[in-house]
Design a protein around this ligand. Structure first.
Ligand SMILES: NC(=O)c1ccc[n+]([C@@H]2O[C@H](COP(=O)([O-])OP(=O)(O)OC[C@H]3O[C@@H](n4cnc5c(N)ncnc54)[C@H](O)[C@@H]3O)[C@@H](O)[C@H]2O)c1
Length: 338
């Protein structure tokens, strides 16, 4: 660390890379040292804009003196670039998903176990969004017990950016988008034991683009999910409804949370729609929390086990959809090679 500044490099300078650049370059304990993108013109332009070193291949980025790598490339490159950084002794923040399959996620976990001084996090920014933090606190303190819940997660399309429609690169709707949702279900509602998932492919041929799932959770709680990527962006495209004993909570996108803690209690509502997307979607708080973890001044909850766990659930969903039967989601083994 130089003058207590964390030296960061970013690979992938598109939508997500620019979000992290904007946040990290505004933090006084961070120096964005080097940037890299397959698009050399973009690399040059961003390097000038942020006074960083342009790197025109991945190896020169790794040897540029960075201590942390932000992996913001399309999903299919996450595992390989993460493993390269870990092998070079560099901490990693990877955009979601951690990898496109459980085996690669396990390889990352094993590599991290071998080098136990390297920190890793994955971009589950919604955990850091104000609405989900309030919900988490209400559930953690048992103000509401999540006996039965339903989640709607629909998207207007799977063609922005263009690689998302290519399942070889993105992993499809499940790995690209629903990875956030399964992480939030566990973050809010508890551990998923079993998933029964029915899926169709009506619009994006060859990709599972419609899902109806039932999750059995710890404590016997239940949750349903209806999801598709061929709806519109009509508000709200995402909604959580959590119901306890005469209590309920609902969240619409990252804008509003409304809850009622009893039959005779007034509803409470918090509305964050006026906040910038960086704040209300949790990106800013997420990056600040990760940097503090790297500096050793705070803990950060989202590590490789969280990333690995999300892939276990996705794999169980995919398997259940294929076999049309309920699948038990095994808990993370202490030995990631199992
Ligand atoms: N957490 C979130 O809310 C969120 C939101 C959007 C995207 N993402 C994730 O961020 C990642 C990037 O998505 P995006 O929307 O920014 O995509 P994008 O297409 O806008 O940007 C990707 C960039 O990576 C570059 N690139 C592609 N392959 C490369 C390689 N092998 N090496 C170096 N550069 C390469 C491209 O030229 C492009 O500039 C994805 O993993 C996506 O899932 C997360």
């Amino acid at each position: 660390m130089t003058n207590n500044k964390v030296k960061v490099g970013i690979v992938g300078l598109g939508y997500a890379g620019k979000i992290h650049l904007e946040i990290l370059s505004s933090l006084k304990n961070v120096c964005v040292l080097a940037v890299s993108d397959r698009d050399q013109k973009l690399t040059r332009q961003i390097a000038i804009q942020y006074n960083a070193t342009p790197c025109f291949d991945f190896d020169s980025l790794l040897s540029s003196g960075i201590e942390v790598l932000y992996v913001c490339t399309p999903n299919a490159y996450h595992a390989q670039q993460t493993l390269g950084a870990i092998a070079s002794g560099i901490h990693v923040f990877s955009e979601k998903p951690m990898a496109l399959n459980l085996n690669d996620a396990r390889r990352i976990t094993m590599a991290l176990n071998e080098k136990n001084n390297i920190k890793y996090s994955v971009g589950f920014n919604r955990r850091f969004s104000p609405v989900y933090r309030i919900a988490h606190e209400l559930l953690r303190t048992e103000k509401i017990e999540p006996y039965v819940s339903c989640v709607k997660s629909v998207r207007g399309g799977s063609f922005v950016p263009p690689w998302v429609v290519d399942a070889e690169i993105s992993g499809g709707f499940l790995y690209d988008s629903l990875v956030h949702v399964v992480d939030l279900i566990e973050y809010l509602l508890g551990s998923i034991d079993t998933v029964y998932c029915v899926s169709n492919s009506k619009v994006y041929k060859g990709v599972m683009d419609e899902f109806v799932c039932i999750f059995s959770l710890s404590e016997g709680n239940i949750c349903s999910l209806v999801a598709t990527c061929h709806a519109t962006w009509s508000y709200p495209w995402e909604r959580f409804e959590i119901i306890g004993k005469h209590s309920c909570l609902s969240i619409e996108e990252t804008n509003t949370i409304r809850y009622s803690l009893g039959l005779n209690k007034k509803d409470k509502e918090y509305n964050y729609s006026h906040l910038s997307n960086l704040v209300k979607a949790g990106y800013e708080y997420q990056d600040k929390s990760f940097v503090r973890w790297i500096l050793g001044t705070k803990t950060h909850d989202v590590d490789q086990n969280v990333g690995l766990r999300s892939l276990q659930i996705l794999e169980a969903m995919s398997c259940s959809a294929t076999r049309r039967e309920p699948i038990e989601v095994k808990h993370i083994s202490k030995n990631p090679s199992d």
